[in-house]
Design a binder for this molecule. Structure first.
Ligand SMILES: C[S@@+](CC[C@H](N)C(=O)[O-])C[C@H]1O[C@@H](n2cnc3c(N)ncnc32)[C@H](O)[C@@H]1O
Length: 296
C-alpha cells in the first residue's frame, strides 16, 4: 500500500467512528508514526509503505477510532513551549491552562501583554516559593520553574502515578532540583504545610459529579476521574483553597486558580468572602478561565 492508500483508509475508518477531523487525525498519526513532518506525508502519497508500518498504523488508528486521545497514543502533549510526557494517570494538559501558567509567570515578574494588573504581581525578591495543588503531569510546576530561575515549587497530588509522570517531566526540563513532589490529599483536614507560599497555583478537579456522564467519550472513558470530578457542585477544591489561603500565603501572596467556563463568579466570591481582592482573567473568547486573588 502507498501512504496515500493508508491515509484514505484511516480517514474513512475514523470518519465512520465519528472522530472529529478524520483526515487531519489520519495524517497526524501517520506523521507521528513515521517521524516525518505532516507536509512530507501529504507531498508523498505514492510512496510505498511496508507491512510493519501498515500493522503499526492500523493499531494506532483503531485506538483513535475508539476515541482514545491522540496524546495518550503518542505519550506526549505540547504545553506552552514544552512537550510533556503523559499517560492515562494524568490529565492531558489543556490549551486553557496556558493562561494560568502565563498569569503565574506574570505574577513572578514576566511581562506577557495580555494581562496588566500590577496588584497581581509579586514584589521582587531573591527567590519565590510556589505551591501547585493537583500537579498532574506537572505542566504548571515545570513551566513555572523553567520560566523563573529562582522559583522553588511544592507540587502536590493525591495520585502517586501522576507524580511519577510529573517527576519525569521535571527531569526532562532539568528543574527536578527545584520542585518537591508531595503525595498528599489536599482535602484532608489534617494535612499540614510547613512552608508559606508567595504564589499558589491550581487547576483542581472542577466538574460536578452529575456532569461526568455527559463528557466527551475521549475524556470520560480515558482521562483519570480523579482529575475531573469534584463533588456535587464542582467547588470543593476552591472552598478548601479559600479556607486555607490565609495560612498558606506569605504576606501579600497571590492565588491563581483555573475555573470552569461558568464558575468564575462563584469562585471569586469564595475568595472575596475571606477578605481577598479578586480579578477574573478571560481567554481570547471572553470566557473567564482564571480567578486571581490577593489580600487587600
Ligand atoms: C484537573 S487535574 C490538573 C492537572 C495539571 N495541574 C494540569 O493543569 O493539567 C487535577 C489534579 O488534581 C489531582 N487531585 C485530585 N484530587 C486530589 C486531592 N484530593 N488532593 C491532591 N490532588 C488531587 C488529580 O490527581 C489531578 O492530577
Amino acid at each position: 500500500m502507498t501512504l496515500g492508500d493508508l491515509l484514505n483508509r484511516a480517514s474513512e475508518y475514523l470518519s465512520e467512528r465519528n472522530v472529529e477531523d478524520p483526515s487531519l487525525e489520519a495524517g497526524l498519526l501517520l506523521s507521528w508514526l513515521l517521524k516525518k513532518d505532516i507536509s512530507y506525508i501529504y507531498a508523498n502519497p505514492d510512496m510505498a509503505s511496508d507491512p510493519e508500518t501498515e500493522k503499526a498504523y492500523l493499531s494506532i488508528v483503531e485506538r483513535r477510532g475508539r476515541h482514545e486521545p491522540f496524546a495518550y497514543i503518542t505519550g506526549e502533549c505540547g504545553f506552552l513551549d514544552y512537550t510533556f510526557i503523559v499517560d492515562q494517570s494524568v490529565l492531558i494538559p489543556r490549551g486553557d491552562t496556558e493562561l494560568l501558567a502565563q498569569s503565574a509567570l506574570f505574577a513572578l515578574g514576566h511581562n506577557p501583554v495580555f494581562f496588566n494588573h500590577n496588584m497581581f504581581r509579586l514584589k521582587k525578591k531573591d527567590s519565590f516559593r510556589v505551591l501547585d495543588i493537583g500537579t498532574g503531569s506537572g505542566c504548571l510546576a515545570v513551566s513555572i520553574a523553567k520560566g523563573h530561575k529562582s522559583v522553588f515549587v511544592d507540587a502536590v497530588d493525591i495520585s502517586e502515578e501522576a507524580l511519577n509522570i510529573a517527576q519525569k517531566n521535571a527531569k526532562r526540563y532539568e528543574v527536578e532540583d527545584r520542585i518537591s513532589f508531595i503525595n498528599a490529599d489536599f482535602l484532608d483536614k489534617s494535612l499540614n504545610f510547613s512552608a508559606t507560599y508567595d504564589l499558589i497555583v491550581s487547576n483542581p478537579p472542577y466538574i460536578p459529579l452529575k456532569e461526568i456522564p455527559f463528557l466527551m467519550k475521549s475524556v470520560k472513558d480515558y482521562e483519570p476521574h480523579l482529575a475531573l470530578a469534584a463533588g456535587e457542585d464542582g467547588l470543593i477544591f476552591y472552598r478548601e483553597i479559600a479556607n486555607r489561603a490565609s495560612s498558606l500565603l506569605a504576606g501579600s501572596g497571590i492565588i491563581l486558580v483555573e475555573c470552569g467556563y461558568n464558575q468564575g463568579h462563584e469562585i471569586s466570591n469564595l475568595f472575596s468572602d475571606k477578605g481577598f481582592e479578586t480579578l477574573l482573567l478571560k481567554d481570547l473568547s471572553g470566557i473567564s478561565r482564571v480567578v486571581a486573588a490577593t489580600k487587600k
